[in-house]
Write a protein that binds this ligand. Structure first.
Ligand SMILES: NC(=O)c1ccc[n+]([C@@H]2O[C@H](COP(=O)([O-])OP(=O)(O)OC[C@H]3O[C@@H](n4cnc5c(N)ncnc54)[C@H](OP(=O)(O)O)[C@@H]3O)[C@@H](O)[C@H]2O)c1
Length: 319
């Protein structure tokens, strides 16, 4: 069968022939893959930089997707760490890590949206207990996950959402997706603008980390009116750098808790338990998804651009 194949970490995958996958466990089924998202997590899997990488090559990339099972049902699935990923005509799915989708849902939209939407959905429902009426700041709101976070916060009843990002066009679009206030992260007045807009939020959903996070944390804590009020900062992504110099004063001067949310800090059963409700929300069209389907044979051509494009590329084996 055909698949995307990574043979070295410093080059995009090739469109290649690989062996058919084999079901070995009692819960395994082979699915025909209809759509697989090219998420940042897939890029880091394929360049060996993700914290779960094992240096095992060659590998078929892809961590999740939508496929048709042997009974003809559509399933969204999340793969365990594997070298037999979803960017192939077929893959092996443990049905316990999958959810049956409505027949009429759009596989490309679901494949594009689940990973970025899960980042905030799970963080807010499983890593912390977000309550309707709480307010939030999304740092890095212009990426796919950040755009979803703004919408997820609204679905979960946020009283107000501040969106911070660099791309002005995508920041403007966030007004119609639920962001009350937009703040440029790369402007001369970012510090004062963040302080004015977000100093009193209850929760920060952070996709940025690195230097912008250290600066944002100082701004929020310094300008906070009631420093005794809980502030929960959830580290979800690190597009600006893996390390942030957190000022000690920020932790002492405010009731600030920093937590992370991802594979490991939320258990696999907890993640899987959230799949059906999130799949419902996406299938019902309650989240705006920005997807670009690309045939599997063109995977190598779009790989490098995937870090730069605003939309989520979705690899479609059948196209
Ligand atoms: N923990 C989890 O469960 C989980 C799940 C999904 C994703 N993630 C992580 O979340 C992050 C975002 O994922 P995504 O799907 O939204 O990626 P994406 O769609 O590629 O968006 C990334 C965005 O990051 C922004 N960015 C890049 N460098 C930046 C910098 N130096 N300062 C500020 N913003 C910067 C860019 O926005 P501008 O154009 O505005 O600069 C870009 O649009 C990634 O680190 C990903 O691995 C985590």
């Amino acid at each position: 069968m055909k698949a995307a194949l990574v043979t070295r970490y410093d080059a995009p995958p090739a469109y290649a022939d690989v062996e058919e996958p084999r079901a070995t466990g009692p819960h395994d089924v082979i699915v025909d893959v209809l759509a697989a998202g090219l998420h940042p997590r897939v890029l880091s899997q394929a360049d060996g930089s993700h914290y779960t990488s094992t240096a095992e090559l060659p590998l078929v990339p892809g961590i999740d997707g939508v496929g048709r099972d042997p009974e003809g049902r559509l399933r969204f699935f999340v793969l365990d760490d594997t070298t037999q990923g979803s960017m192939a005509e077929r893959t092996v799915v443990d049905v316990r890590r999958s959810v049956v989708l409505p027949d009429d849902c759009d596989p490309v939209a679901v494949a594009a949206a689940m990973n970025p939407a899960m980042s905030s959905w799970i963080a807010l429902r499983r890593r912390i207990a977000f309550h309707p009426g709480q307010s939030a700041l999304v740092l890095g709101a212009t990426g796919n996950a950040g755009r979803m976070a703004v919408q997820v916060l609204r679905l979960l009843g946020a009283s107000s959402v501040v969106a911070a990002g660099r791309d002005e066009g995508r920041l403007t679009e966030l007004a119609s997706l639920g962001a009350d206030v937009r703040v440029r992260l790369d402007a001369p007045d970012t510090r004062s603008a963040l302080g004015a807009a977000a100093a009193d939020v209850d929760v920060v959903v952070d996709y940025v980390w690195g230097e912008p996070t250290a600066a944002a944390m100082t701004a929020v804590v310094t300008d906070r009116v009631d420093r005794g009020r809980d502030l929960t900062w959830i580290e979800v992504g690190s597009v600006a750098g893996p390390v942030a110099a957190i000022p000690s004063a920020a932790l002492r001067a405010a009731r600030l808790s920093i937590v992370g949310s991802g594979q490991g800090s939320v258990s696999t059963p907890d993640i899987v338990a959230e799949l059906p409700s999130l799949a419902d929300v996406i299938s019902e069209g309650r989240l705006t998804v920005d997807a670009r389907p690309v045939p599997l044979r063109e995977v190598g051509d779009v790989w490098t651009d995937a870090r730069r494009t605003g939309h989520r590329i979705v690899v479609v084996p059948g196209a």
